[in-house]
Design a protein around this ligand. Structure first.
Ligand SMILES: [Zn+2]
Length: 264
C-alpha cells in the first residue's frame, strides 16, 4: 500500500497537474485523490512548511531542493525577453475549496505562448498573503495561473493583488461566489476569462523554481507579473479570511538568477 501510494504520488508529481494545490477531486481519479489526502500537510504547526519533507519521502525536495519557490524577487537582471502571449478563452466559472486553496478549473483550449512553446492553462487559484515578494514587499493576495506543456513541464503566472479602489468585474464576480468551507463547490451560470485577471502591463520577473506545496517538485518556470492588480480592500479581506495564511515562506535563491523584462 505504501509503495503503491508512493508511486501514485510520484506519478502525480511528475505530471504536476496540481501545482500549488494538490487536490482537485473533479479531475483527479478517486484513488489518486484519496492517496494524496492521506498525507495531511498544512500551513501551520507540526505538519507545516518546516516539516513537509518529514511527512513523506516523496516530499524530500521541500527541504533539500536548491530551486524552491516562492522567493523574494530582488536583484533581478534586466534582459530583453519576449513578453508571454496569452491566448485565453472564457470558461464557465466554477470554484472549489479543496482545503488548501480556492481553485477554478480551466477547460481545454486556453494557453500561453512562452519562448515559442505552448503551455495549456489548467487552473488558477489563490494564496494569502502573497507567496512571492517584490523587493521585500509582499501583498495581501497572490493569484497563480497554472500551465503545462506537452512534455509535462509547468509554467506558472503569478499576479500579486494589492489594495486600491480599482478593480475588474472578473475579480468581483469571484469574490461574490467564494466557497468558504473545505470541500465546498460553487457552480455559477457566469463565465470568466483569465485574461481579465491580468494587469495591463504583462512584463514579468522570471526564474526557475518549484511547486509551492508538497511535493515541492522543481523545474517550474515562474513568471511573476511586475505590475500588481488592484482590488478594493473589502474584496481582499474576503480572500484573506477564507485562505487564512496558505502561503509557503520565502525560500533561498541559492545559485539562481532572476530575470526581468527589460521593457518594464
Ligand atoms: Zn499556488
Amino acid at each position: 500500500m505504501r509503495v503503491l501510494r508512493a508511486s501514485i504520488i510520484t506519478v502525480v508529481a511528475v505530471l504536476s497537474l496540481y501545482v500549488c494545490s494538490s487536490l482537485f477531486l473533479e479531475t483527479a481519479d478517486a484513488e489518486t485523490a484519496n492517496a494524496i489526502s492521506e498525507i495531511n500537510w498544512t500551513y501551520q504547526g507540526e505538519t507545516g512548511p518546516d516539516f513537509w519533507a518529514d511527512l513523506d519521502t516523496d516530499f524530500a525536495a521541500c527541504k533539500s531542493g536548491q530551486s524552491q519557490s516562492p522567493i523574494d524577487l530582488t536583484g533581478a537582471k534586466a534582459v530583453d525577453l519576449l513578453n508571454p502571449e496569452f491566448h485565453y478563452e472564457p470558461v464557465p466559472l466554477n470554484l472549489l475549496n479543496n482545503g488548501h486553496t480556492v481553485q477554478v478549473p480551466y477547460a481545454p483550449g486556453s494557453y500561453l505562448m512562452l519562448e515559442g512553446q505552448r503551455y495549456d492553462l489548467l487552473q488558477f487559484h489563490f494564496h494569502s498573503p502573497s507567496e512571492h515578494a517584490i523587493d521585500g514587499q509582499s501583498e495581501p493576495v497572490e493569484l497563480h495561473l497554472v500551465h503545462r506543456n506537452e512534455v509535462g513541464e509547468l509554467a506558472v503566472v503569478a499576479v500579486l493583488l494589492h489594495a486600491d479602489e480599482v478593480t475588474g468585474a472578473a475579480y468581483q464576480l469571484m469574490s461574490q461566489n467564494l466557497p468558504y468551507k473545505a470541500g465546498d463547490k460553487v457552480r455559477t451560470d457566469a463565465t470568466i476569462n483569465a485574461e481579465d485577471l491580468l494587469p495591463q502591463q504583462t512584463t514579468t520577473y522570471r526564474y526557475s523554481g518549484s511547486l509551492t506545496t508538497p511535493p515541492c517538485s522543481e523545474s517550474v518556470t515562474w513568471l511573476v507579473m511586475s505590475q500588481p492588480v488592484s482590488l478594493p480592500n473589502e474584496q481582499l479581506t474576503q480572500y484573506e479570511k477564507l485562505l487564512n495564511h496558505n502561503n509557503r515562506p520565502l525560500q533561498s535563491l541559492h545559485k539562481r538568477s532572476i530575470q526581468l523584462d527589460a521593457s518594464s
